[in-house]
Design a protein around this ligand. Structure first.
Ligand code: NAP
Length: 255
């Protein structure tokens, strides 16, 4: 018996990184999983790599979450191919870092469109199924950098926006049996943080070590750390928790 037997989970930006780790965790606990990502072939290859429970299925769907039509079509395709939707993880994300005086309007718009509008588009498409069936779990990806980070005016604003969005979903959707929460990861070893190392011209291993040394628990995080929190928050054990943001960061911002 897995916690997600008979459930269908949709995870955006899940061809790699935190999204893929979360998809694998849901699959290992019995869920059928739809991996959404920009590139359908990358999404399908990731879906094929998942280790599924007996009777569970996985599909890959190409979808740019910042496009409302694409988001709506992706949700309908999942419902028709996997037989429903019970869990939505809004994970797709990008960075376009720069100091404010160098940040372009495009850098701002792109980050807002993927993180904030993407979460809005996907949630709007999923909630009508959730409300009809009086059941749904929404998990949004925020970040410790919601609290402020040099060179990330766009990303910090989007990630704090996600927290306000999550609280509002908690208020509006709670009466329909729907829980909405967020996780705010600290430094997680993925291609996103590897790209930051490259931009700062620091070797990836040195960058990880630097971040581990500065963290109270003296290590970096891994996708599995976020996946474990995601699985709890999307499980029925967490049905009295909604509108919350859980920092999963090894205590990085404690002081
Ligand atoms: P990642 O390795 O860069 O993976 C992000 C995935 O999202 C990629 O597969 C990317 O596809 C996809 N994506 C980008 N734009 C998309 C769009 N418009 N529609 C659909 N998919 C899209 O990132 P990650 O580190 O796993 O991060 C996952 C989430 O956690 C993000 O929201 C991120 O902001 C958040 N987070 C990460 C960290 C960290 O330290 N890694 C910390 C805090 C929060 P392409 O490869 O085709 O671009």
């Amino acid at each position: 018996m897995g916690r997600f037997d008979g459930r269908v989970a949709v995870i955006t930006g899940a061809a790699r990184g935190i999204g893929f780790g979360t998809a694998q965790r849901f699959a290992s606990e019995g869920a059928s999983v739809a991996i959404l990502d920009l590139d359908e072939s990358a999404a399908s290859e990731a879906a094929e790599r998942l280790e599924l429970a007996d009777g569970a299925k996985a599909i890959g769907v190409g979808c740019d979450v910042s496009n409302s039509t694409a988001a709506g079509e992706a949700v309908e395709r999942v419902v028709s191919e996997l037989g429903g939707i019970h869990i939505l993880v809004n994970n797709a994300g990008i960075t376009r870092d720069n100091l404010l005086f160098k940040m372009t309007e495009d850098d701002w718009d792109l980050v807002m469109n993927v993180h904030l509008k993407g979460a809005f588009n996907m949630t709007k498409a999923a909630q009508k199924h959730f409300v009809e069936q009086k059941y749904g779990k929404i998990l949004n990806l925020s970040s410790v950098n919601a609290l402020g980070a040099r060179g990330q005016a766009n990303y910090s604003a989007a990630k704090m926006g996600i927290q306000g969005f999550t609280r509002t979903l908690g208020i509006e959707l709670g009466p329909y049996g729907i829980n909405a929460n967020a996780v705010a990861p600290g430094f997680i070893a993925t291609e996103m943080t590897d790209a930051t190392a490259a931009r700062l011209k620091i070797d990836v291993d040195d960058f990880r070590k630097m971040n581990a040394d500065a963290n109270p628990v003296r290590r970096v995080g891994y996708p599995e750390d976020i996946a474990a929190a995601a699985a709890f928050l999307c499980s029925d054990e967490a049905s009295y928790i909604t509108g919350q943001t859980l920092y999963v960061d090894g205590g990085a911002k404690l002081g």
